[in-house]
Design a protein. Structure first.
Length: 164
């Protein structure tokens, strides 16, 4: 069943297109000369980012300096573009496992935030950083060391149950 849409008949001026082009140019010039310009002198003036802005993913350490990641690989499994690569290993601290290799391919990363949401240890976060200018494709693969350097230290917000 087809639906017919009734359209109004075009006038002679509308069919000539010239008045419509003039109207479009008038709107352009009105915005060009009479509107407030919003230009930042970057990098001296920094843009104000939204509270919900999602930037580069980073790894964090706890207050004791240990990597919070336990190499559960949930972020690797949930990543839609498969940008995260994790290889776990046994470590000798009170955490049973940790990342031997944790790479994020920023050429693939879409900064969706799934990795941050799925992490049970709150080890990966989307930072407010938005600027990075690599000179090669190899520089776009962030290893664990670079991710930790960008992330820094974050206090634990997960309640750990004390065994008495």
């Amino acid at each position: 069943m087809a639906i017919l849409v009734q359209r109004k008949e075009l006038t002679l001026l509308e069919r000539l297109y010239l008045p419509e082009i003039v109207r479009g140019l008038a709107l352009t010039f009105r915005h060009l000369f009479f509107r407030k310009k919003v230009t930042l002198q970057y990098p001296e003036q920094r843009p104000v980012l939204s509270a919900r802005f999602r930037g580069i993913p980073v790894l964090v350490t706890d207050q004791d300096g240990r990597v919070k990641c336990v190499a559960c690989q949930l972020c690797q499994f949930v990543c839609p573009p498969e940008a995260i690569t994790i290889e776990g290993r046994e470590i000798g601290t009170n955490v049973e496992k940790g990342p031997d290799r944790f790479d994020i391919n920023m050429l693939r990363c879409i900064m969706c935030g799934y990795c941050e949401e799925v992490c049970p240890e709150e080890a990966i976060f989307l930072s407010k950083r938005f600027e990075f200018a690599p000179t090669s494709r190899a520089e776009m693969i962030f290893p664990k060391e670079k991710l930790l350097e960008l992330g820094g230290e974050r206090q634990d917000t997960i309640q750990k149950w004390a065994h008495k």
